[in-house]
Design a protein around this ligand. Structure first.
Ligand code: NAP
Length: 335
């Protein structure tokens, strides 16, 4: 019987997670009981939201318990099964955790179609981040041709797809990213109309210059100062899509709300949050559309795939906060 190495939560992080917050344990791999199967994880998804799941506060999912395997999306192959719908050899995605083997009863597990895309793509553009971009932009942002769409963390997994979907919709697309390399990537490789290096001086002026008619849709992945600045440049009836607030996830004290929020009143604007999970019944249609756009070259799905083992979880995860990823960040443990 193979062994199963897992990363477990040893204690709740205070601010930025450190190695002592986690324990790496090894035990025998699980065996499937009736109507169960075992997945050998090959790719583990790294998502900023995982940081929030480690905190003991009310959210849309219960916090990861002390001693539990760190919650993470993953793709893998079924290697033992007593489940009719998931025979040995199936490729699946689900919340399998930061571990080598996961036991599942099939709930919330998706069989993946490798003809549509690689396993990593099923965590990115065809997985939750691509779907997040799709539903957040189309359902809440409601972009119309000619409108200006501003997106933060624009070179990341969600942001890079948001910007390209907005381009497909005929919008003027402006991205915010950290550093000149990422900004060059956005304009030269992905075709954004403008990109702003928020780490350089003059972000406010650059934003105003890039959005001369105001911002119709702000797709917010980061919160903080960028959100507060964008609020001052809204066009009439603007829509702010609250997707996430990565700038705040490691804060060790509550972050003040955006002081410029009254711009919502002045501009008759809306600011709405959403969770991609609420669109689960529509995933297959959205995934087919996204796969089609990837296949015909209309969208590019940047990825940062880090080869390693589950022990590399923490340094790999922290790349999301230092910005050391382009597109979807995945830990490849298949080697
Ligand atoms: N609502 C939902 O259902 C849902 C679902 C999935 C994801 N999300 C949210 O979507 C957002 C993007 O997630 P993702 O998986 O695509 O991650 P990502 O954008 O691929 O990675 C995070 C990026 O955030 C940027 N960043 C980190 N710290 C920052 C800071 N202090 N200020 C500004 N930017 C910062 C970094 O890029 P730079 O180099 O540009 O700084 C980094 O690459 C997150 O907020 C996540 O929680 C929401």
């Amino acid at each position: 019987m193979p062994s199963n190495t897992s990363v477990r939560l040893a204690r709740r992080p205070s601010g930025t997670p450190v190695p002592d917050d986690f324990a790496i344990t090894t035990e025998a791999a699980p065996e499937p009981g009736p109507k169960e199967f075992v997945v050998k994880n090959t790719m583990i998804s790294l998502d900023p939201a995982m940081r929030g799941w480690l905190d003991d506060r009310p959210s849309y999912l219960p916090p990861v318990g002390i001693g539990e395997v760190v919650r993470a999306g993953a793709v893998g192959e079924v290697v033992a099964s007593q489940h009719r719908r998931f025979p040995v050899g199936s490729y699946v995605s689900g919340t399998f955790g930061v571990q080598e083997y996961a036991l599942s009863d099939g709930r919330d597990v998706t069989k993946i179609d490798l003809a549509q895309g690689t396993p990593a793509m099923h965590l990115g553009v065809l997985g939750l981040t691509g779907l997040t971009a799709y539903f957040g932009l189309f359902d809440l942002g409601k972009p119309r041709a000619g409108e200006t769409v501003l997106v933060s963390a624009a070179a990341g997994a969600v942001g890079s797809i948001v910007g390209q979907l907005a381009l497909l919709n005929g919008c003027r697309v402006v991205g915010l990213a950290g550093g000149p390399e990422k900004c060059r990537y956005l304009t030269e490789e992905l075709g954004f109309h403008a990109a702003i290096d928020y780490k350089a001086d003059g972000m406010r002026r650059a934003m105003a210059e890039a959005c001369p008619d105001g911002i119709d849709v702000y797709f917010d992945n980061v919160g903080g100062t960028i959100l507060n600045t964008a609020l001052t440049m809204l066009a009439m009836h603007a829509r702010i899509v609250v997707c996430g607030a990565v700038a705040q996830y490691n804060a060790d004290a509550p972050t003040p709300g955006p002081s410029n929020y009254l711009a919502l009143l002045v501009r008759r604007a809306t600011m709405s949050g959403f969770l991609v999970f609420d669109y689960a019944s529509e995933y297959p249609v959205a995934r087919r559309r996204l796969a089609g756009w990837v296949a015909d070259g209309r969208i590019t799905a940047p990825e940062t795939i880090v080869a390693g083992s589950v022990s590399d979880f923490l340094p790999t995860f922290m790349r999301l906060f230092s910005g050391d990823n382009l597109g979807k960040l995945v830990l490849d443990i298949s080697g």
